[in-house]
Design a protein around this ligand. Sequence first.
Ligand code: ZN
Length: 457
Amino acid sequence: MEATERPYWDMEVEPLLNTPEMRELQWTKLREAIRYCYEKVPFDRQRMDKAGVRPDDIRSFDDFARAIPHAGQPEIRALVEEFGGDFDKVFGALLGKERLDDLYLLTTTSGTTGVPTPYPFFRRGVERQSDMLARASWRMGIRPGDRVGVCFGLSMHAAGTPHLLWYLDYPGVTLVPIGAEAGTERILQLMKLFKVNVFAGTPSLALHLIERAPDVLGEPVASLGLKILACGAEPGAGIPEVRTRLEQEYGAKVFDGGAGIGGSCDHPVYQGMHWLADDFAYYELSDPQTGEPVPLEHGASGLAVMTPLEPEHALFFFNLRVTLGDIHQVFTDPCPCGRSGFRYRIVGRTDDMLKVKGVPVYPAAIEGVIHGFVPRVTGAFRIVLDEQPPRVVPPLKLKVERGRDLRDDDLPGLEKEILEKMHKDLKVRPTISWLAPDTLERSTKKTQLIEKAYEGS
Ligand SMILES: [Zn+2]
C-alpha cells in the first residue's frame, strides 16, 4: 500500500479507537493522570480534597465519574476573582508549576463575551498535539503538495496560531498564514494568488466569502478551485444545510473539526465528528442540570466532560473532568464510512441554550433551518432577546435577511414556510422581521447570532 493511500495517519493507534483494548490503555493512563493532577495541580487537588477523595479511592471509570463534580467556566471565573485577575496566579492553580514552567504559547478563545479564556500550549505538548491534528487532517485527505490557507484568527486565537506549529512534521504541506484579520477581500486575493487548495477557518467566514467572491474576484468562489474546507471553532460545518451549501458553492469537500481532537468524515451524509483522541483525552457525558454521569450509548446526549490522559501534553483541557460547556450527542454504532472512533455532534452550548416555554432551543438549530432557505434568504439572521437568557417569553424574535432576488410578492409565502419548518423541527413559533440583504454585520471570526436588546445598544 502506498504511504499516501493508508486509511489512518496512525496505523497503530487509530484502529483501536473505541475498543475494549483502548479502554484498558485509558484506564492505565487515567490512574496516572489523576495522580499527577492530585500531586501537582492545586485546582484539582482542592476539588478532590473538598470531595473527600484521594487517587487510590478511584478504582474504576464509574468511581471517577462520581469522584468530583465537573468544572467549567464558572469555576475558572471564580479563580480569576479569587486572585484579583492576576493570571499568573490563576495559571499556577490551574496548571501547576511544572506545566507553567513549560509554557510556550499563550492564546485565548475568540472571547465573544467577558474575560477571555486563556489557552496555554506547552513545549512538551506541541509534538503530541500535532499528532492529533495529523489524524484529523489525514482523514480529510490533506496530502503532500497541498497548500493550507490558515484563515482562523491569528491574533491570539487558539484555533489559528497553533496551526503554524502543528503541521511542522506533516509531510509536504505548505501553510499560508492569512488570518481572519486580513479581511475578506485580502483573504480571497491571497488564496487565489498563492493557489491555496485547503481553507482552514470558521464556517461563517466561508459563507461570507461566497457572498464577496463575485465582487472581489469577479467570479464565484468555486473559481478558487479549493478541494477541502477544514472548518472549526463554530458548529456551522456540522449543520447539514450549511455544509451542503458550502459544498455546492465551493465544489469542495467540507469537514468539521473539533479542537484538534475530532473531525468529521467524508461520508456524503454528515455523521458527526469522529473522536480521534482516546489515547490522549478521556471523554464523558454528564447531565448538564444534575451533573450525573450519562452512559456513552448510541444516541445519548449530555454535557461533554474531558480529562487529559497525558496532563503534561494537555490541549484545551488541563484539569480533571472539565467542560467547555458544549452539549454533545454521541453515536457509538459503527460509522457507514467504515473508519474508527465513536462520533459526536455538537447540539449547542450550555451558555447559548434558550428556553421557549420550557422547550430548549439552540441558535445552531435555528441557523440550520434558515440556511435551508438560501437563496430566498441570504442566510444571515439574528435572534433578538428582550431579557437575559435562557428564558424567552414567546414569541422568539428573529431578524432575517431576505434573499437578493426575492420578489416582494413571494415574501409572505416564504415566511409561512420558514415558520412551519421551525415549528415542525424545533417546536417553536417565532416572529420574523425582514431585513434587506447585507444589513447585518458579517464577521470573519465568530459570528454572534444573538442580539441582546435588553442591554440597549
Ligand atoms: Zn465516519
